[in-house]
Design a protein around this ligand. Structure first.
Ligand SMILES: Cc1cc2nc3c(=O)[nH]c(=O)nc-3n(C[C@H](O)[C@H](O)[C@H](O)COP(=O)(O)OP(=O)(O)OC[C@H]3O[C@@H](n4cnc5c(N)ncnc54)[C@H](O)[C@@H]3O)c2cc1C
Length: 664
């Protein structure tokens, strides 16, 4: 029945102020106000409907995405939305589109790598969407290894131009979002060749399509790379292929903030430090971590609400069966994901601060924290996207069979999200970069160079190598300091141990390759420690609202102790814990599940997601799942006729034993 809240009893159980928790999740009362207003604006506008997305054929789907992107822009202009409101609107429209790359990669690349003059020329056009841009780095043959890119950009001093060329099939640009069908311009990464000398990979602004009729410019071959994983999902995006046949661009379209090519064809480093490009990278990765908390919280919201609606077994004397959320196994799978969503939210918030800090330092030519900031953002991107991708899939399983229906919202969420483990750096490749940084830090211990930021704990290496957990009772694990030391000791010991093993190799690179699996594990331990420590920092802040802090403390316990349980081998193997202490931690974890259980629905309500945004029948706010699932089934195009198209040709001849005369 519409209008009835089937989850009302669950909501009454909440032991904290949900409105105050909404503010914590949003980051501030201002953020909550903007998010709430814009999300309602999108949800109430039929122009942003998305419930038919998984049923549309690709061409229709894509055309509809183009319409929505144009309509969104129209609304942004009509309503005179600020940049903040506009980006929220795009977020709540919730459809991957060329605009993601235009705003998320093309513009930041020009801002980060373009000279002042280049920014003045290109940014106003891009801001008004008079040009649409994408980010063309990856090639058919090369992705992670950027230095292996093959596209060339050769300077021609006679015409003062660069000649962009794809010398081989494998040099074809392959994957860039927005490239296939829409972008008029691209930031193209190519090897800079001057007088036959290769100066490595640089970025160039290249016009791809006519601004009059959208046809590719001479020398350019461009198209879409084809259907991707899932229905709807990321197929709203035109990931593209691009080849250049000696395409000429003016010299001033090389992004020249850091290095330039003079009129005479000389390569010059500008006095702007090379490290500046890291600023853009920190920005992009910070966005990805923030997105991880959004995607994970969406999946968790769906699975939590449905777990409270769904009942299986346990009926007493003909009474209702048990809500599946009351099974400890369900809690043990679901609540750590709920806690992770909050943990990632807070680490994402901290990354926003880090980005501002890095920017300020770069402006003052202070590069001292850059290697640490780089390693930490690479690691957090890897950790949070991997957990989120696996977490969405776990939420699907938590919803049983119905989770497999597109109307649950989970298959599409998963299909849209999984590539985040690959783009902006393959997750394993990124963890190996973190590991290199950890090994370097270990090798510098004792040299007087103090580790800074998220690696500062290594400065207490002597203590961390020797200390033992003092936990004697389960409740001891409720102390953040107890948990923090456990994670620090584990991370430090794993790094030192793998560094010792590495030192046994005469060729360090050989050793690095041989021990790469252990190195990745050490990197994961370090990254989990960062998330744990940032959660603790959040808890130290003033958090208003009745019961809010207590819930966050419980979630912190669940996040950290579920990891401790999962990676028990690390903690025991490095001798920080005894098996008894690990068992006590697990006892405490179970008690936290009991504490969070009555608050679970309110904790996901605090995400403040509209039904439109969730687009999931299982995750409906009112819990009215079964009638809506039933209704939705009848809307499937296959149910438009009672007898399916194809019956006469292929089913009836079979039933009537007349296949020999059928036209198959
Ligand atoms: C949906 C989507 C959107 C994208 N959008 C863009 C875009 O807009 N612009 C753009 O330029 N690119 C884009 N990409 C490309 C993306 O950035 C690359 O796919 C990514 O960098 C990974 O590179 P790769 O595909 O070459 O993987 P590979 O590097 O070939 O990885 C294959 C496997 O090898 C492993 N591996 C690789 N190197 C090592 C190593 N050194 N040690 C151990 N293992 C290793 C990896 O872990 C992985 O398991 C997109 C990709 C996807 C899927």
């Amino acid at each position: 029945m519409d209008g009835v809240d089937y989850l009302a009893d669950e909501r009454k159980k909440a032991e904290f102020d949900v409105e105050a928790m909404k503010v914590v999740w949003a980051g501030s009362p201002h953020n909550l106000e903007v998010s709430d207003r814009i999300s309602k604006l999108v949800a109430d506008d039929p122009g942003f409907r998305k419930d038919d997305r998984t049923m549309l054929p690709r061409k229709e789907l894509f055309k509809n995405t183009l319409r929505k992107a144009a309509y969104a822009w129209k609304r942004i202009v009509e309503l005179r939305l600020s940049e903040e409101e506009a980006s929220k609107l795009r977020f709540y429209v919730d459809e991957s589109a060329y605009t993601d790359l235009h705003w998320g990669m093309f513009i930041p690349a020009i801002k980060g790598q373009g000279t002042d003059g280049q920014q003045q020329k290109w940014l106003p056009l891009a801001y008004k969407m008079q040009i649409i841009g994408c980010y063309a780095q990856t090639e058919l043959g090369h992705g992670s290894n950027v230095q292996g890119l093959e596209t060339t950009s050769t300077f021609d001093p006679h015409t003062d131009e660069f000649v962009i060329h794809s010398p081989t099939l494998t040099s074809s640009k392959w994957w860039p979002g927005g490239l296939g069908k829409v972008s008029t311009h691209a930031i193209v990464y190519a090897r800079l060749l001057l007088n036959g000398k290769d100066h490595g990979v640089h970025g160039f602004i290249v016009q791809l399509r006519s601004l009059e009729d959208h046809t590719p410019l001479p020398g350019i071959t461009v198209g879409d790379i084809g259907m991707k994983f899932g229905n709807g999902a990321y197929n709203t995006m035109d990931n593209g292929v691009l080849r250049f046949d000696h395409v000429r661009i003016p010299r001033n379209q090389m992004l020249m903030r850091v290095s330039e090519v003079t009129r005479e064809g000389k390569y010059k480093q500008s006095d702007v430090p090379r490290q500046l490009v890291y600023g853009t990278m920190v920005y992009v990765r910070q966005r990805i971590v923030a997105d991880a908390s959004c995607y994970l919280s969406r999946a968790v919201c769906i699975a939590t609400r449905y777990s409270a609606v769904r009942r299986q077994f346990g009926s007493q004397n003909g009474g209702p069966e048990t809500q599946v959320i009351d099974y400890k196994t369900q809690q043990n799978r679901l609540f750590p994901l709920l806690a992770s969503a909050y943990a990632f939210r807070f680490v994402g918030e901290w990354l926003e601060w880090l980005y501002m800090d890095v920017t300020k330092r770069l402006q003052a030519s202070d590069f001292s924290t850059l290697p640490e900031a780089h390693a930490c953002t690479a690691g957090l991107k890897s950790l949070t996207t991997s957990v989120t991708a696996d977490g969405i899939e776990e939420c699907r399983k938590l919803c049983g069979g119905h989770g497999y229906l597109c109307s649950s919202g989970l298959p599409e969420l998963f299909a849209v999200y999984v590539p985040a483990c690959t783009y902006e750096g393959d997750n394993v490749v990124l963890l190996l970069q973190v590991a290199r940084f950890l090994i370097k830090t270990v090798s510098q211990l004792g040299t007087g160079k103090q580790p800074v930021g998220t690696i500062a704990y290594m400065g207490r290496i002597e203590h961390l190598m020797q200390c033992r957990s003092s936990a004697q009772r389960a409740e001891d694990w409720s102390k953040p300091s107890q948990v923090l030391e456990a994670f620090e000791a584990r991370a430090a010991r794993m790094s030192v141990s793998v560094a010792c093993n590495l030192s046994k190799f005469t060729n360090p690179e050989e050793g690095f390759a041989e021990l790469s699996a252990d190195l990745v594990e050490a990197a994961v331990a370090h990254c989990q420690l960062i998330v744990v420590s940032k959660f603790i920092e959040k808890l130290k802040q003033d958090i208003p609202g009745e019961g809010v802090k207590q819930q966050l403390e419980a979630l912190f316990g669940i996040y950290s102790l579920s990891l401790l349980h999962k990676h028990q081998g690390d903690f025991l193997g490095t001798s920080y814990l005894t098996p008894k202490q690990a068992a006590l931690a697990n006892d405490h974890l179970r008690s936290l599940y009991t504490k969070v259980r009555p608050n679970a629905i309110a904790l996901v309500d605090a995400f403040n997601y509209s039904d439109h945004f969730l687009s999931s029948i299982l995750g409906r706010y009112d819990g009215n799942v079964y009638p809506k699932l039933y209704e939705a089934a009848w809307k499937d195009p296959l149910n438009e006729s009672v007898v399916p198209d194809g019956y006469l040709e292929y089913v009836r001849p079979l039933l009537k034993q007349q296949l020999h005369t059928a036209r198959l």
